[in-house]
Design a protein around this ligand. Structure first.
Ligand SMILES: Cc1cc2nc3c(=O)[nH]c(=O)nc-3n(C[C@H](O)[C@H](O)[C@H](O)COP(=O)(O)OP(=O)(O)OC[C@H]3O[C@@H](n4cnc5c(N)ncnc54)[C@H](O)[C@@H]3O)c2cc1C
Length: 378
C-alpha cells in the first residue's frame, strides 16, 4: 500500500467512501452505517442534494412506465413503499395526491391500455383505468377520453428528504465532508488511494477498502477515475414553468400526458405549497456546469402542452421556474437504458440514475447493501 503521494501531506485510512451526497449517496451511506460500517461521504458542493436531487418534479412515482423486469420498475415499486414509510417516520413533508395519466384522443386510448398493462405487470399499487366521464368527475378541469388513475403516486419535499437522509446517515455513524472533490484514484492493496481536494484547497489522501460511486451527472467520470471506462453519460435538461395560483384551483391530482420519447411528457404537478408546475421538457445539452436560466420564450410551448389535457391553461400567464439535468445513458434517439448498479474493482457504481431515482433511492441503497454483502465487500 503506498504511504505517500506527491503534494499530499498525509494518508488517512477510512472505511467505505461514498462519492456524492445526493439522495442515492446519502441513502447508501445510511444503509452502510446501519450495517455497522462508518462510511465517509464526499461531496463537491457546499451542502447535500444541491444538484439533481433537488432539481426535479418531487414526484413519488408508482412504477407505471418502465419495462417489465427492469431495475427501474423493480426499484421504483419497492422504493415507493420505502419512501412513504421513511417520510412518515422522519417527518418529511409529503402527500399521496394520486395521479391521472390521460388519453386526450380516442387514438391514444389503446396506448393508455398498454401502459395500464405494463404498470400492473410491474406491480404498481392501486391502479384503475377509467373513461372520460369518470376522469372528469375526479378532475373536473381535465380533458380526457380515458385515464389511468394511480392512487399511490405522490409528492415529497425533496429538500426535506435530502436533510432527513443526511440526518439518518450521520445518526447511524456516517460522516459527510462538503466542498470535498475526488481528484484522482489509484489502486492500493485491495482498495483505493483517493486524492481529494479539501474545502481549504489542500490535497488530502485517503486509503479506503471500497468506493461507492453515487456521483450523479459525473458518475461516468468518477467510474473512469476508478478504472471503469464502460459508461458515457449524456446530459438532458428539463425546464419548468409555474402557473398562477388561480390555475391550480380545482386541480387536486398530478396530471400526465402519455409518455414521450425521452421523458414522461410535459406534465402538471402540484408542489406541497399548492403551486401548479408544468414540465419538464427534454433537451440534450453539452456537459457545461454553468447553465442558463429557463428561457421565458418557451412559455407558449409549455402552455400548449398543458392545455392539451388542462384546457384552462390555454389562457394563463406562465413564469419561468426551475430546471434540472438528467444523467442519461442513452444518447438522443437511442432506446431507453436501465439503471446501472454494477461492481468494479473494490467499488460499486450507480450510473444513469435518472427518474425515478428520487423514488427509488432507498431501494437502490438496499440493493447496494445486499450486493456488497453477498460479494464479501462489506
Ligand atoms: C428534470 C428532472 C425531473 C425529475 N423528476 C423526478 C421525479 O419526479 N421523481 C423521481 O423519482 N425522480 C425524478 N428525477 C430523477 C431524480 O432527481 C434523480 O434520479 C436523483 O436525484 C439522483 O440522485 P443521485 O444521488 O444519484 O444524484 P445527484 O443528486 O446528482 O447527486 C450526485 C452528487 O455527486 C456529487 N459529485 C459528483 N462528482 C463528484 C466528485 N468528483 N467529487 C465529489 N462529489 C461529486 C454532485 O455534486 C452531486 O451532489 C428527475 C430528474 C430530473 C433531472
Amino acid at each position: 500500500m503506498p504511504v505517500s503521494q506527491p503534494n499530499v501531506a498525509s494518508v488517512t485510512e477510512v472505511g467505505p467512501v461514498v462519492v456524492g451526497a445526493g439522495v442515492c449517496g446519502l441513502a447508501v451511506a445510511g444503509e452502510l452505517a446501519e450495517r455497522g460500517l462508518a462510511p465517509l461521504v464526499i461531496e463537491r458542493r457546499g451542502g447535500a442534494g444541491r444538484e439533481t436531487s433537488t432539481r426535479n418534479s418531487g414526484v413519488i412515482h408508482a412504477g407505471l412506465y418502465y419495462p417489465r423486469g427492469s431495475a427501474k420498475a423493480r426499484l421504483c415499486v419497492r422504493g415507493n413503499r420505502l419512501l412513504y414509510a421513511f417520510c412518515q417516520r422522519a417527518g418529511v413533508e409529503h402527500r399521496r395526491l394520486g395521479k391521472l395519466v390521460v388519453a386526450t384522443s380516442i387514438e391514444q386510448v389503446s396506448e393508455l391500455e398498454q401502459l395500464a398493462d405494463r404498470a400492473r405487470d410491474n406491480g404498481a399499487a392501486t391502479l384503475e383505468l377509467v373513461d372520460g366521464a369518470v376522469a372528469r368527475r375526479l378532475e373536473p378541469r381535465v380533458r380526457a377520453e380515458a385515464a389511468l388513475v394511480s392512487a399511490s403516486t405522490g409528492v415529497v419535499d425533496a429538500h426535506e428528504l435530502v436533510k432527513a437522509l443526511e440526518a439518518r446517515a450521520r445518526h447511524a455513524g456516517a460522516e459527510v465532508c462538503y466542498r470535498c472533490v475526488l481528484i484522482a484514484a489509484e489502486p492500493a492493496g485491495d482498495g483505493w488511494l483517493l486524492t481529494l481536494r479539501m474545502p481549504d484547497g489542500q490535497l488530502e489522501a485517503l486509503v479506503t477498502p471500497l468506493v461507492v460511486n453515487a456521483a450523479g451527472l459525473d458518475a461516468d467520470r468518477v467510474a473512469r477515475q476508478l478504472g471503469e471506462a464502460r459508461w458515457q453519460l449524456h446530459w438532458c435538461r428539463g425546464d419548468y414553468f409555474a402557473a398562477p395560483r388561480s390555475a391550480a384551483a380545482g386541480v387536486s391530482r398530478l396530471i400526465y400526458p402519455l409518455p414521450s420519447r425521452h421523458g414522461l411528457g410535459v406534465h402538471a404537478t402540484l408542489d406541497l405549497g399548492g403551486r401548479l408546475l408544468l414540465g419538464p421538457d427534454t433537451t440534450y445539452i453539452a456537459r457545461e456546469p454553468e447553465q442558463p436560466d429557463v428561457d421565458a420564450a418557451k412559455a407558449a410551448s409549455f402552455r400548449a402542452a398543458g392545455a392539451r389535457y388542462l384546457p384552462h391553461l390555454a389562457d394563463v400567464e406562465l413564469s419561468p421556474d426551475s430546471w434540472g439535468i438528467r444523467p442519461k445513458l442513452q444518447a438522443s434517439g437511442e432506446p431507453v437504458a436501465d439503471f446501472v448498479i454494477e461492481p468494479g474493482r473494490a467499488s460499486l457504481h450507480l450510473v444513469g440514475i435518472e427518474s425515478p431515482g428520487l423514488t427509488a433511492s432507498l431501494a437502490i441503497a438496499e440493493e447496494v447493501g445486499g450486493r456488497l454483502s453477498s460479494s464479501g465487500l462489506i
